[in-house]
Design a protein around this ligand. Structure first.
Ligand code: 16G
Ligand code: MG
Length: 595
């Protein structure tokens, strides 16, 4: 490494020392720190570590996340990491400042890989090491070692480019500055600040840039609105004339999604979108609103009321990468009918399967029907068992992966068409390049042989879906448009859609434990392999309940163990979850469980 580069890194990281968690959120801590500085007899760093124990950050399921006041140094380091990633891959990467559905005082940072997906898992351990380096010197030697190991061209000759985005959190601006300073401490690295974006927009733009396509917000809106309009034009005449309600009311979670949807809605035809909780009315981000709140609490969000009974409603999370639907069944209760990610997945899977079977039906002579797309559906253990049964009965191949988009996405990419969704509303449909090229060719053939035929319409619909739906990551805005156009295509109300199958009653609990890393799991998180004996205890409890299913896993975003239980009645699901929470407590905990 050049001396100039070494000094730049050392200087820049000194500005952001002490590291994460050590940036004194309160006066008391500052005072305590001064005392520590004076205490020469005690090993300074051991004390520091002790003092901030519990705030050690890990890259987790979706980047680093914590109280915004302790994140500056971490974000600065992630800026450096992003520049290294860009140098290594010789491609554009992204850096997003968001804490998604967390409370407004939290924030977070994650890297978008050149493909538009999550940072490669191989770099996560290095991210963790960087975030916990305790001195600028230790930090620098970690970088030197890693740069050598990964053969990263850090000579100032190669250039690096990082696209930056942030959500609407007030802490976003100053954290973004820290990221910029991190990036500028790598010679040749350039940061391009794209301002306030949804997380999926940034993923989309990184992917687009690396494919040589236009990577601007207007280009994003143009692509998804025009493919939506194509799908609307291809709605069968029989359903077009049905008296379907074309209005959807969307809860924007008082975050970035609401304001972006306001722009998008003006570019659409045949759909009326009413956005509430846009973030402009003074409402607090994710506070009693948003997809995560609805999925967990199953009650009417702020801004909705008894007048909304029967309407088709949807809700985004704080950075608009999750979407759930709901309706208010009666004016006398706050309960909602939730239509979660599993049902969105089922709707998408049905539609794709239907179009594929039209496309490949026998009868069109001299055309190549031979490529039967391999269609896969990917879920996690949190998927409601009734959804899995429904999908399997519909003849679909269902595969399970551990929680976290990176796992689902990776699996989905192994199919010609891979549809993945988490119950929480994060998901998308991936189309392989090979299959899309075949589809383009097939569409051209059909255009010549039987223009306007049902088969050609099916080909056009599938091509439009591949442009509408975000190929980089789950995107609430594009998923919303796809749900809406499929409902119009089928002439379905939200109630009809919700009746595809009935969810099994379920309950989620979280348990605070001394050390959540003591729980290790296998089989897509359905079996706990440590601590020894815990799975046997869970199995024995589960066996007492008809249709019982239960698993535990350590959260990747909170310091808790999560418990999920399903059973034939709500009481039974509650009771099973409660008993297993006690088991977790007995094996690992401090005797406290809460929802
Ligand atoms: C993050 C993940 C989400 C996962 C959730 C689990 C991404 C973009 N998001 O929000 O996929 O379901 O974490 O949280 O990967 P948990 O580990 O705390 O249960
Ligand atoms: Mg989110």
């Amino acid at each position: 490494m050049k001396e100039e580069q070494r000094l730049l890194l050392l200087h820049s990281s000194s500005l952001f020392f002490p590291p994460q968690g050590l940036s004194f959120p309160s006066k008391t801590k500052r005072y305590f720190f001064s005392i520590l500085l004076l205490t020469k007899t005690i090993n300074f760093f051991i004390l520091l570590f002790w003092f901030f124990i519990g705030v050690k950050l890990s890259y987790g399921t979706a980047g680093f996340r914590a109280d915004a006041s302790i994140l500056k140094s971490t974000v600065h380091r992630v800026g450096i990491l992003a520049a290294l990633r860009s140098l290594k891959t010789q491609s554009v990467v992204g850096l997003m400042i968001t804490a998604s559905h967390n409370k407004v005082t939290d924030n977070g940072v994650k890297i978008v890989d050149p493909s538009g997906g999550m940072l490669t898992q191989e770099w996560e351990p290095f991210a963790d090491q960087l975030a916990s380096a305790q001195t600028p010197e230790a930090f620098l030697s970690l970088i030197i070692e890693f740069v050598e190991k990964e053969k990263i061209p850090l000579d100032g000759v190669q250039s690096a480019e990082i696209l930056l985005g942030r959500d609407t959190r007030p802490s976003g601006e100053s954290l973004l500055e820290a990221a910029k300073q991190g990036i500028s401490s790598i010679l040749g690295a350039i940061a391009l600040d794209l301002g306030i974006l949804t997380t999926p927009q940034l993923h989309w733009m990184v992917r687009a840039r690396n494919k040589g396509m236009k990577a601007t917000e207007p280009a994003y809106f143009e692509q998804i609105s025009s493919s939506f309009r194509c799908l609307v034009d291809l709605i069968p005449n029989e359903t077009k004339s049905s008296k379907m309600d074309n209005t959807v009311v969307v809860d924007g979670a008082d975050g970035v999604g609401g304001e972006k949807l306001e722009v998008l809605k003006s570019m659409l035809t045949s759909l009326v979108i009413e956005v509430r909780n846009t973030g402009k009315g003074g409402g607090l981000l994710n506070d009693g609103v948003g997809a995560d709140y609805l999925q967990k609490e199953k009650v009417v969000p702020r801004g909705f009321c008894s007048n909304d009974v029967g309407l088709r409603c949807a809700s985004l999370d704080g950075d608009a990468d999750r979407l759930v639907y709901f309706s208010v069944p009666t004016s006398s209760s706050r309960k909602i009918d939730l239509v979660d990610g599993d049902k969105i997945l089922s709707l998408f899977a049905l539609f794709i399967k239907e179009q594929l079977s039209i496309l490949t039906k026998e009868g069109t002579e001299k055309l190549d029907n031979s490529y039967h797309a391999r269609l896969g559906v990917i879920q996690t253990a949190y998927a409601n068992g009734a959804s899995t049964d429904y999908l399997k009965q519909s003849g679909l191949e269902v595969i399970f992966t551990p929680t976290g988009v990176k796992h689902l996405h990776e699996k989905a990419a192994q199919f010609d068409i891979g549809i993945y969704f988490e119950a929480n509303g994060h998901g998308t449909i991936l189309f392989s390049e090979t299959w899309l090229s075949w589809l383009e060719a097939r569409n051209n053939e059909l255009g010549l042989a039987s223009e306007g035929s049902e088969q050609q319409k099916a080909a056009l619909r599938l091509l439009s879906v591949s442009k509408l739906i975000n190929q980089a990551v789950g995107d609430a805005l594009s998923c919303l448009l796809l749900v809406e156009v499929i409902l119009q295509h089928k002439g379905w109300s939200i109630h009809k859609w919700n009746e595809l199958y009935q969810d099994l009653p379920s309950r989620q609990l979280k348990v605070k434990v001394v050390d959540r890393t003591a729980v290790a799991t296998t089989n897509a998180e359905t079996v706990a392999i440590s601590p020894p004996g815990i799975q046997e205890a869970i199995d024995a409890e589960t066996a007492k309940y008809p249709k019982g299913r239960c698993f535990i896993r350590p959260s990747g975003t909170e310091d808790v163990i999560r418990v999920y239980a399903e059973a034939s009645t709500q009481e039974a699901a509650d009771s099973l979850a409660g008993s297993v929470a006690k088991i977790v407590d007995r094996f690992l905990g401090f005797s406290s469980s809460q929802q």
